[in-house]
Unconditional design. Structure first.
Ligand code: TXA
Ligand code: MG
Length: 318
């Protein structure tokens, strides 16, 4: 075992918290059975205690042990998409402590598609409860340096991994009700889910107050600068108008050209929505470092990963 990995496992066994890479975003992990460490996760993030954590597993046996009354279609989803960016909200077994689920009878579970993440779970000897490795309300970090800037001195260790390949948090699906329902859009689309379970209900948007997933009602994903979504049909005029103001601008687009202007200090032109998703949060952090006042972002299309992008961008700009 790599020395860093055994050190991380030792910290987890001693009730510490460890930030680690996954394919979606970095997580801030505690050993599932350590109430002390789980509380520390909430404290380090400044997370409201009514917002439950996701339990990360390395094996299907761990998944089984954490749940009860799992419908066979839930198994089918796990089999089809794990390891991968899909989280299943299931009825919980006795094995899941209350602090992890914020008192709910259900537990959110996923198997990350990242070798280091799964190696850490195996080394810890049990599942790892982990939210994204950001302070509450902030964007989720997808690069080691961004995690370090957010959590240095607060997490007991930050495991170095590469950049997250997906870049947005997992798709969350509630499998405790029929039909199954998407609670948070992510990289795995409703079309992909329906190829396995045909009647999965699409994400309905964040209805205030009616949020079934506690996390969806809190402020989220907001960088220190103002984020403004610009529709493609208004792009040229809108961006030009912004460049005439004495503000430091950042611009992210994936179909539209970015004009030359002295006050654009951050420009990123992505090749398609998936690349846009992959680099969105690192773009937010970079905009902060470059002291951008206003970050102009192209509105995504409401399909595939575009739905998840739209969700994160709407919250970031709200
Ligand atoms: O990709 C991801 O999911 C990342 C990586 C680290 O795995 N994790 C992540 O965790 O995004 P977090 O805590 O930032 O988001 C978890 C979401 C929240 O919206 C939370 O409210 C919801 O899942 N959730 C957790 N447990 C739930 C439950 N029992 N019922 C409904 N929603 C739940
Ligand atoms: Mg989060």
């Amino acid at each position: 075992m790599k020395p860093e990995l055994s050190q991380a496992a030792r910290i987890l066994r001693r009730d510490g918290v460890v930030a680690f890479p996954t394919e979606t975003v970095y997580g801030l992990g505690a050993r599932l059975s350590s109430e002390r460490a789980v509380r520390k996760v909430y404290r380090v993030k400044g997370r409201p205690s009514d917002n439950p954590l996701i339990v990360h597993v390395a094996t299907f046996q761990q998944f089984r042990a954490l749940t009860r009354d799992l419908p066979k279609e839930a198994w089918a989803l796990a089999a089809a998409f794990w390891p991968g960016p899909l989280t299943l909200v299931c009825r919980k077994s006795q094995a899941v402590p209350e602090t992890v689920t914020a008192g709910l009878e259900t537990v959110a579970i996923r198997m990350p598609n990242h070798r280091l993440a799964r190696a850490l779970i195996r080394a810890a000897g049990e599942p790892i409860a982990a939210p994204s490795a950001n302070r509450s309300g902030r964007p989720s970090p997808t690069r080691f340096d961004d995690v370090r800037n957010e959590l240095e001195g607060r997490a007991d260790l930050i495991l170095r991994g590469g950049d997250s390949r997906v870049g947005l948090e997992s798709t969350v699906v509630d499998v405790t009700q029929r039909p199954f329902r998407i609670l948070r859009p992510g990289f795995i689309s409703v079309e992909q889910l329906r190829a396995v379970v045909p009647d999965v209900r699409a994400w309905k948007g964040a209805v205030r107050g009616a949020a079934k997933s506690p996390g969806m009602k809190h402020r989220h994903y907001q960088p220190a600068c103002k984020v403004v979504m610009v529709r493609p049909e208004l792009w040229q005029k809108s961006v030009r108008d912004w460049t005439r103001r004495s503000l430091r601008l950042g611009v992210l687009s994936y179909t539209q050209a970015i004009p030359q202007a002295a006050n654009i200090c951050l420009r990123r032109r992505f090749r398609g929505q998936e690349q846009y998703a992959r680099h969105l949060y690192s773009g937010f952090f970079e905009a902060e470092r470059k002291k951008v006042d206003v970050l102009l972002v192209e509105s995504p299309q409401a399909q595939g990963v575009g739905l998840a992008l739209m969700d994160r961008l709407s919250r970031a700009s709200s």
